[in-house]
Ligand binder design. Sequence first.
Ligand code: HEM
Length: 147
Amino acid sequence: MRESGVAFFSSLTLHSLAMAFVVGINFAVALRLIGFAPRLEISALSRFYVIHWYAAAAIFISGAALLLAYPAKALTNPLFYVKLCAVVIGLLISKRIQNTFSNKPEVSIDSVSIKLAYLSIALWLITLTAGRFLAYTHSILLASRFY
Ligand code: HEM
């Protein structure tokens, strides 16, 4: 993974493309829940969750590949754990919102969903920022010749 530029950069490219879908779809749903585009049916937006979960799988696969390239670099960086916690909580909120609104046009937006929407936006901003700064905040690059 480290020696082959193609392997590393195709993983980084897949990581970036997949996060565009994951973060993009969660932002669109959250913005609708907090009141943007009120004429847009929230249940209609829920149809994008199918793409969302495929992209989430792709982001874990590409993330694991990037981790394999420089395991010590990420695993010794506290920012990596902040990012992973934000990702997991963010995806749990996605699942909760999907279960609440998917194929249920009759369900109205309650205050809990609005609070979850604001939390979701904050978590994905944390994830993106932490992900980007991983490259600059590491204390070691390699722990040995191999990893
Ligand atoms: C939706 C979830 C995620 C988002 C939004 C995200 C975001 C990012 C961003 C913005 C970068 C910087 C890319 C660049 O340098 O151009 C990055 C790099 C990285 N991500 Fe993620 N990521 C996510 C999930 C994951 C997961 C689940 C893992 C691990 C299993 C992971 C591991 C990594 C690693 C190892 C890097 C490379 C850091 C470096 O440059 O050393 N990411 N991520």
